[in-house]
Design a protein around this ligand. Structure first.
Ligand SMILES: [Zn+2]
Length: 357
């Protein structure tokens, strides 16, 4: 007996409408509707086609119903421009991540979260509070993903090819989750991760769908990545684009994020702020005209997960490479690998000691 909820998960994951899905399976739309309503089982040939095009194993479709992230509790930026199918695809990725995460939880202990809750503090105060709680002082953050993982946040990657989806986050059974679109620049992903951290810290109880939630999360992200005191100590008055490109590396942020923060703390006049913004766009356009697909000048390398790398090294040594884990869960390797920063396919094995003669 097939579980319609499982079939729906896969349909959503591939961003298909019911009629697109019916086409892919070679049946008419009514067959899908009747199947989803539980009136009718899918013909065997149809299930074969489903497994073939999706890569999911047959058994996947008869497992118990999956747990989807509740879309009402998840805040998507630019919701207006994000299509329902792209949103559903990202939510379906979350459902797969939960299944993998629960499987890992049976095998490995991971740190419990130690996030502060700041329902009433201002975003910059909430950021300072969390930095203090984590004993970070004013130091710049070397690797945001690793920092979040060390504090018990489960971070997954999304490889959604849409510029309208940056990231999303949620609480599940007292565990914080962040899903990051890793097709953005490294600087942008770091900012997005801190934006989601802001939602987790400030909006756990009141939700993140109120009108000011997005601005609050952005303000949190800026203050968390670039503590104002450190910005003041490390920058000078009236910085130009060239200065910003050099200086942004300290905090691992984009030029535009640094420009905005400097303006907000009064280090840049209105005129300089706008001038830098225009100069940045001109600079990027020149690079693009030369055929360089660049969204950020002198971008840094993308961040990946340390925890997943560590776990997969261990699984590998236990004879459980990605292919076997995927098989245990009846999912295609690619779906898992996409959620795990692409590191699961080829875990970095420790170098063998080399001896020179
Ligand atoms: Zn948000």
């Amino acid at each position: 007996m097939l579980n319609p909820d499982r079939v729906e998960l896969v349909r959503k994951r591939f961003g298909l409408t019911k009629s697109g899905f019916a086409d892919a399976l070679g049946v008419d739309r009514r067959t899908i509707q009747r199947f989803e309503a539980g009136e009718y089982d899918l013909p065997d040939a149809c299930l074969d086609r489903l497994c073939k095009f999706s890569g999911f194993a047959r058994d996947f479709f008869s497992r118990p119903s999956p747990e989807f992230p509740n879309p009402d509790c998840v805040s998507f930026r630019s919701l207006r421009s994000l299509t329902a199918s792209k949103r559903d695809a990202a939510i379906a990725a979350g459902a797969l991540a939960f299944e993998f995460d629960d499987w890992v939880a049976d095998e490995y202990d991971r740190p419990a979260h130690d996030l502060t809750q700041a329902d009433d503090a201002s975003p910059s105060a909430a950021a300072a509070q969390l930095r203090a709680h984590w004993g970070m002082g004013l130091r710049p953050i070397g690797n945001v993903v690793n920092l979040l993982e060390a504090h018990g946040i489960r971070v997954f990657s999304l490889v959604e090819e849409t510029r309208h989806l940056d990231a999303y986050s949620l609480w599940r059974n007292d565990k914080p989750y962040i899903f990051l679109n890793t097709t953005k620049t490294a600087e942008r992903s770091r900012y997005d991760a801190c934006h989601e951290l802001g939602h987790l810290v400030m909006h756990r109880h009141k939700g993140s769908t109120h009108p000011s939630a997005e601005d609050e999360a952005n303000e949190f992200a800026s203050a968390f990545l670039m503590p104002p005191e450190d910005l003041l100590a490390e920058t000078s008055w009236g910085m130009t684009l060239t200065d910003l490109i050099k200086s942004k590396k300290r905090w691992g942020v984009s030029v535009s994020a640094l420009n905005r923060s400097l303006y907000k703390i009064g280090r840049l006049s209105d005129w300089s702020y706008r001038g830098n913004y225009i100069a940045l766009n001109k600079h990027l356009k020149e690079l693009r005209d030369r055929g360089l697909a660049i969204d950020e000048p002198e971008t840094m390398p993308r961040e990946t997960s340390q925890i997943w790398a560590k776990i997969f090294r261990d699984l590998w040594s236990r004879g459980l490479p990605l292919a076997r884990v995927a098989k245990l869960l009846d999912v295609p390797e690619k779906q898992l690998n996409d959620l795990l920063f692409g590191i699961a396919a080829a875990p970095q094995m420790p170098d063998r000691p080399r001896f020179s003669a």
